[in-house]
Design a binder for this molecule. Structure first.
Ligand SMILES: C[S@@+](CC[C@H](N)C(=O)[O-])C[C@H]1O[C@@H](n2cnc3c(N)ncnc32)[C@H](O)[C@@H]1O
Length: 280
Protein backbone atom coordinates (compact mmCIF):
# COMPACT_ATOMS: atom_id res chain seq x y z
CA UNK A 1 0.00 0.00 0.00
CA UNK A 2 1.33 3.41 -0.97
CA UNK A 3 1.79 6.03 1.72
CA UNK A 4 -0.19 8.56 -0.34
CA UNK A 5 -3.35 6.60 0.44
CA UNK A 6 -3.33 7.76 4.05
CA UNK A 7 -6.48 9.57 5.20
CA UNK A 8 -4.50 12.81 5.49
CA UNK A 9 -3.21 12.53 1.95
CA UNK A 10 -6.61 11.56 0.47
CA UNK A 11 -8.23 14.59 2.11
CA UNK A 12 -5.54 17.05 1.12
CA UNK A 13 -5.48 15.84 -2.51
CA UNK A 14 -9.26 15.68 -2.98
CA UNK A 15 -10.81 18.11 -5.44
CA UNK A 16 -13.99 18.25 -3.31
CA UNK A 17 -14.70 20.97 -0.74
CA UNK A 18 -13.11 19.94 2.59
CA UNK A 19 -16.45 19.41 4.42
CA UNK A 20 -17.71 17.10 1.64
CA UNK A 21 -14.55 14.99 1.40
CA UNK A 22 -14.61 14.55 5.20
CA UNK A 23 -18.27 13.40 5.16
CA UNK A 24 -17.56 10.84 2.40
CA UNK A 25 -14.36 9.55 3.97
CA UNK A 26 -16.06 9.28 7.38
CA UNK A 27 -18.77 7.22 5.64
CA UNK A 28 -16.11 4.84 4.24
CA UNK A 29 -14.51 4.48 7.69
CA UNK A 30 -17.90 3.66 9.21
CA UNK A 31 -18.90 1.19 6.47
CA UNK A 32 -15.60 -0.64 6.04
CA UNK A 33 -14.02 -0.43 9.49
CA UNK A 34 -16.86 0.55 11.89
CA UNK A 35 -14.65 3.48 12.90
CA UNK A 36 -15.94 6.90 14.04
CA UNK A 37 -15.47 10.17 12.17
CA UNK A 38 -12.86 11.30 14.75
CA UNK A 39 -10.48 8.78 13.12
CA UNK A 40 -9.98 11.38 10.37
CA UNK A 41 -8.11 13.49 12.93
CA UNK A 42 -6.96 11.03 15.57
CA UNK A 43 -5.46 8.51 13.08
CA UNK A 44 -4.95 10.52 9.91
CA UNK A 45 -1.96 8.32 9.00
CA UNK A 46 -4.30 5.31 8.62
CA UNK A 47 -4.07 3.70 5.16
CA UNK A 48 -7.23 2.41 3.42
CA UNK A 49 -7.32 -1.14 2.07
CA UNK A 50 -7.87 -1.62 -1.68
CA UNK A 51 -11.65 -2.11 -1.41
CA UNK A 52 -12.16 0.97 0.75
CA UNK A 53 -9.84 3.00 -1.46
CA UNK A 54 -11.77 1.97 -4.59
CA UNK A 55 -15.03 3.03 -2.95
CA UNK A 56 -13.53 6.37 -1.89
CA UNK A 57 -12.47 7.05 -5.46
CA UNK A 58 -15.90 6.07 -6.79
CA UNK A 59 -17.75 8.28 -4.28
CA UNK A 60 -15.41 11.19 -4.94
CA UNK A 61 -16.03 10.88 -8.67
CA UNK A 62 -19.83 10.60 -8.26
CA UNK A 63 -19.86 13.67 -6.03
CA UNK A 64 -17.75 15.55 -8.58
CA UNK A 65 -20.48 14.71 -11.12
CA UNK A 66 -23.02 16.39 -8.83
CA UNK A 67 -24.72 13.46 -7.05
CA UNK A 68 -26.14 14.64 -3.73
CA UNK A 69 -24.08 13.73 -0.65
CA UNK A 70 -27.21 12.36 1.06
CA UNK A 71 -27.71 9.77 -1.71
CA UNK A 72 -24.01 8.84 -1.64
CA UNK A 73 -24.02 8.14 2.11
CA UNK A 74 -27.67 6.95 2.07
CA UNK A 75 -28.88 9.06 4.98
CA UNK A 76 -29.96 12.52 6.06
CA UNK A 77 -30.70 14.10 9.43
CA UNK A 78 -34.08 15.80 9.84
CA UNK A 79 -35.67 17.34 12.95
CA UNK A 80 -33.58 15.23 15.34
CA UNK A 81 -34.03 11.88 13.55
CA UNK A 82 -31.89 10.14 10.93
CA UNK A 83 -33.56 8.92 7.75
CA UNK A 84 -32.37 6.49 5.08
CA UNK A 85 -32.64 8.13 1.67
CA UNK A 86 -32.18 6.83 -1.87
CA UNK A 87 -32.86 8.26 -5.34
CA UNK A 88 -36.56 7.19 -5.08
CA UNK A 89 -37.29 9.92 -2.52
CA UNK A 90 -36.76 13.64 -2.05
CA UNK A 91 -33.90 14.46 0.30
CA UNK A 92 -35.61 16.07 3.32
CA UNK A 93 -34.82 19.79 3.56
CA UNK A 94 -34.12 21.80 6.73
CA UNK A 95 -36.85 24.33 5.82
CA UNK A 96 -39.46 21.55 6.03
CA UNK A 97 -38.75 21.29 9.77
CA UNK A 98 -40.98 24.39 10.08
CA UNK A 99 -43.98 22.29 9.03
CA UNK A 100 -43.16 19.75 11.76
CA UNK A 101 -42.88 22.51 14.39
CA UNK A 102 -46.26 23.99 13.37
CA UNK A 103 -47.90 20.55 13.56
CA UNK A 104 -46.33 19.82 16.97
CA UNK A 105 -47.48 23.17 18.39
CA UNK A 106 -51.08 22.34 17.42
CA UNK A 107 -50.83 18.74 18.66
CA UNK A 108 -49.82 20.05 22.11
CA UNK A 109 -53.15 21.85 22.40
CA UNK A 110 -55.24 18.74 21.59
CA UNK A 111 -56.75 16.68 24.42
CA UNK A 112 -56.17 12.94 24.03
CA UNK A 113 -54.49 11.17 21.14
CA UNK A 114 -54.21 13.51 18.12
CA UNK A 115 -54.47 12.19 14.58
CA UNK A 116 -52.22 13.51 11.82
CA UNK A 117 -52.19 13.03 8.05
CA UNK A 118 -48.95 13.58 6.06
CA UNK A 119 -49.74 13.73 2.34
CA UNK A 120 -46.80 12.83 0.05
CA UNK A 121 -44.54 11.48 2.78
CA UNK A 122 -41.49 10.56 0.64
CA UNK A 123 -38.85 9.19 3.07
CA UNK A 124 -41.42 9.58 5.86
CA UNK A 125 -39.59 12.69 7.11
CA UNK A 126 -42.53 14.79 8.36
CA UNK A 127 -44.67 11.89 9.60
CA UNK A 128 -41.81 10.18 11.45
CA UNK A 129 -40.44 13.40 12.96
CA UNK A 130 -43.91 14.21 14.33
CA UNK A 131 -44.40 10.67 15.66
CA UNK A 132 -40.92 10.65 17.25
CA UNK A 133 -41.52 13.99 18.99
CA UNK A 134 -45.12 13.27 20.05
CA UNK A 135 -45.38 9.63 21.18
CA UNK A 136 -49.18 9.65 21.74
CA UNK A 137 -49.97 10.77 18.20
CA UNK A 138 -51.27 8.50 15.44
CA UNK A 139 -50.04 9.41 11.95
CA UNK A 140 -51.21 8.29 8.51
CA UNK A 141 -48.55 8.91 5.86
CA UNK A 142 -49.43 8.60 2.17
CA UNK A 143 -47.63 8.67 -1.14
CA UNK A 144 -48.46 7.67 -4.69
CA UNK A 145 -44.96 6.21 -5.09
CA UNK A 146 -44.53 2.63 -3.88
CA UNK A 147 -40.76 3.16 -3.95
CA UNK A 148 -41.10 6.10 -1.55
CA UNK A 149 -43.41 4.11 0.74
CA UNK A 150 -40.87 1.24 0.87
CA UNK A 151 -38.21 3.70 2.07
CA UNK A 152 -40.64 5.34 4.52
CA UNK A 153 -41.47 1.84 5.82
CA UNK A 154 -37.79 1.05 6.32
CA UNK A 155 -37.30 4.32 8.23
CA UNK A 156 -40.40 3.68 10.31
CA UNK A 157 -38.98 0.28 11.36
CA UNK A 158 -35.49 1.61 12.11
CA UNK A 159 -36.98 4.37 14.28
CA UNK A 160 -39.27 1.93 16.15
CA UNK A 161 -42.40 3.84 15.09
CA UNK A 162 -44.32 1.02 13.37
CA UNK A 163 -47.19 1.12 15.91
CA UNK A 164 -47.64 4.87 15.51
CA UNK A 165 -47.40 5.47 11.77
CA UNK A 166 -49.62 3.87 9.13
CA UNK A 167 -48.56 4.02 5.47
CA UNK A 168 -51.06 4.22 2.61
CA UNK A 169 -50.52 4.32 -1.15
CA UNK A 170 -52.61 6.50 -3.45
CA UNK A 171 -53.34 9.80 -5.14
CA UNK A 172 -53.54 12.43 -2.36
CA UNK A 173 -56.75 11.86 -0.31
CA UNK A 174 -57.56 8.84 -2.50
CA UNK A 175 -55.16 6.81 -0.32
CA UNK A 176 -57.46 7.15 2.70
CA UNK A 177 -60.26 4.95 4.01
CA UNK A 178 -63.66 6.56 3.52
CA UNK A 179 -64.75 8.79 6.39
CA UNK A 180 -61.20 9.34 7.71
CA UNK A 181 -60.76 12.71 9.47
CA UNK A 182 -57.74 14.23 11.19
CA UNK A 183 -56.81 16.89 13.74
CA UNK A 184 -53.85 17.98 11.61
CA UNK A 185 -53.08 17.61 7.89
CA UNK A 186 -49.56 18.47 6.72
CA UNK A 187 -48.04 18.30 3.27
CA UNK A 188 -44.91 19.28 1.41
CA UNK A 189 -46.18 18.53 -2.11
CA UNK A 190 -44.38 19.01 -5.43
CA UNK A 191 -44.66 22.78 -6.00
CA UNK A 192 -41.97 23.66 -8.55
CA UNK A 193 -43.36 24.83 -11.89
CA UNK A 194 -42.56 22.55 -14.85
CA UNK A 195 -40.56 25.29 -16.60
CA UNK A 196 -38.50 26.29 -13.54
CA UNK A 197 -34.79 26.13 -14.50
CA UNK A 198 -33.87 25.03 -10.95
CA UNK A 199 -35.10 21.54 -11.92
CA UNK A 200 -31.95 21.24 -14.05
CA UNK A 201 -29.58 22.43 -11.34
CA UNK A 202 -27.79 21.00 -8.28
CA UNK A 203 -29.28 18.17 -6.23
CA UNK A 204 -32.67 18.51 -8.00
CA UNK A 205 -31.25 16.87 -11.14
CA UNK A 206 -30.94 13.61 -9.19
CA UNK A 207 -34.21 13.66 -7.24
CA UNK A 208 -37.49 12.11 -8.52
CA UNK A 209 -39.28 14.54 -10.85
CA UNK A 210 -42.62 13.42 -9.38
CA UNK A 211 -41.48 14.69 -5.96
CA UNK A 212 -40.45 18.11 -7.27
CA UNK A 213 -42.87 19.36 -9.90
CA UNK A 214 -46.60 19.08 -10.62
CA UNK A 215 -45.75 19.31 -14.34
CA UNK A 216 -47.79 22.54 -14.40
CA UNK A 217 -47.82 25.96 -12.72
CA UNK A 218 -46.51 24.64 -9.40
CA UNK A 219 -49.88 25.19 -7.70
CA UNK A 220 -51.80 22.13 -9.01
CA UNK A 221 -51.05 19.75 -6.12
CA UNK A 222 -51.41 22.52 -3.53
CA UNK A 223 -54.83 23.34 -4.99
CA UNK A 224 -56.06 19.73 -4.74
CA UNK A 225 -54.79 19.37 -1.16
CA UNK A 226 -56.24 22.70 0.01
CA UNK A 227 -59.57 22.50 -1.82
CA UNK A 228 -60.40 19.02 -0.50
CA UNK A 229 -58.96 19.46 3.02
CA UNK A 230 -62.32 20.39 4.58
CA UNK A 231 -63.66 16.86 4.02
CA UNK A 232 -60.74 15.28 5.87
CA UNK A 233 -60.26 17.73 8.76
CA UNK A 234 -62.11 17.46 12.03
CA UNK A 235 -63.91 20.64 13.07
CA UNK A 236 -61.20 23.13 14.16
CA UNK A 237 -58.50 20.93 12.59
CA UNK A 238 -55.38 22.47 11.05
CA UNK A 239 -54.06 22.25 7.49
CA UNK A 240 -50.41 23.33 7.01
CA UNK A 241 -48.63 23.16 3.64
CA UNK A 242 -45.16 24.04 2.46
CA UNK A 243 -44.90 26.07 -0.76
CA UNK A 244 -42.38 27.96 -2.87
CA UNK A 245 -40.94 31.30 -1.71
CA UNK A 246 -43.10 33.20 -4.24
CA UNK A 247 -46.36 31.23 -3.81
CA UNK A 248 -47.59 32.55 -0.44
CA UNK A 249 -50.20 34.93 -1.87
CA UNK A 250 -51.69 32.29 -4.19
CA UNK A 251 -51.74 29.62 -1.49
CA UNK A 252 -53.45 31.94 1.00
CA UNK A 253 -56.03 32.78 -1.67
CA UNK A 254 -56.67 29.05 -2.21
CA UNK A 255 -57.15 28.62 1.56
CA UNK A 256 -59.63 31.53 1.69
CA UNK A 257 -61.58 30.11 -1.26
CA UNK A 258 -61.68 26.72 0.48
CA UNK A 259 -63.39 28.35 3.47
CA UNK A 260 -60.52 27.86 5.90
CA UNK A 261 -60.14 30.37 8.76
CA UNK A 262 -57.30 31.64 10.97
CA UNK A 263 -55.11 31.59 7.86
CA UNK A 264 -51.46 32.36 8.55
CA UNK A 265 -48.24 32.67 6.55
CA UNK A 266 -45.20 31.28 8.39
CA UNK A 267 -41.61 32.42 7.86
CA UNK A 268 -38.65 30.05 7.57
CA UNK A 269 -35.31 30.83 9.24
CA UNK A 270 -34.24 32.85 6.20
CA UNK A 271 -37.34 35.08 6.60
CA UNK A 272 -39.22 33.68 3.56
CA UNK A 273 -42.93 32.80 3.67
CA UNK A 274 -42.67 29.04 3.06
CA UNK A 275 -45.63 27.55 4.95
CA UNK A 276 -49.30 28.52 5.07
CA UNK A 277 -51.84 27.17 7.55
CA UNK A 278 -55.56 27.46 8.13
CA UNK A 279 -58.27 25.83 10.21
CA UNK A 280 -61.56 24.21 9.28
C1 LIG B 1 -41.68 17.39 -2.19
S1 LIG B 1 -41.81 15.65 -1.92
C2 LIG B 1 -41.96 15.65 -0.14
C3 LIG B 1 -41.43 14.41 0.53
C4 LIG B 1 -41.42 14.51 2.07
N1 LIG B 1 -42.73 14.81 2.58
C5 LIG B 1 -40.43 15.58 2.51
O1 LIG B 1 -40.89 16.67 2.89
O2 LIG B 1 -39.22 15.32 2.50
C6 LIG B 1 -43.45 15.34 -2.49
C7 LIG B 1 -43.94 13.91 -2.32
O3 LIG B 1 -45.29 13.86 -2.84
C8 LIG B 1 -45.45 12.65 -3.55
N2 LIG B 1 -46.53 12.82 -4.53
C9 LIG B 1 -46.48 13.43 -5.73
N3 LIG B 1 -47.68 13.39 -6.34
C10 LIG B 1 -48.52 12.73 -5.49
C11 LIG B 1 -49.89 12.37 -5.56
N4 LIG B 1 -50.63 12.67 -6.63
N5 LIG B 1 -50.43 11.70 -4.51
C12 LIG B 1 -49.67 11.39 -3.43
N6 LIG B 1 -48.35 11.71 -3.31
C13 LIG B 1 -47.79 12.37 -4.33
C14 LIG B 1 -44.10 12.38 -4.18
O4 LIG B 1 -43.96 11.00 -4.50
C15 LIG B 1 -43.16 12.86 -3.08
O5 LIG B 1 -42.80 11.82 -2.22
Amino acid sequence: MLVEHSLRSLLSHSSLPANESRILLAHILEQHYQLPRTTLIAHDDMVLNQTALAEWLALESRRTSGEPIAYLVGKKGFHGIELCVAPGVLIPRPETELLVDIALATIQTIQGSATVLDLGTGSGAIALAIAAAAPGVLVVATDQSSEALAIAGKNRGLLGLTGQVELAEGNWYGALESGAQFDVIVSNPPYIAAQDPHLNQGDLRFEPTSALTDQGSGLNCLEIIITQAGQYLKSGGLLAVEHGFDQSKSVIELMKNAGLREIQAHLDLAGHQRVASGRK
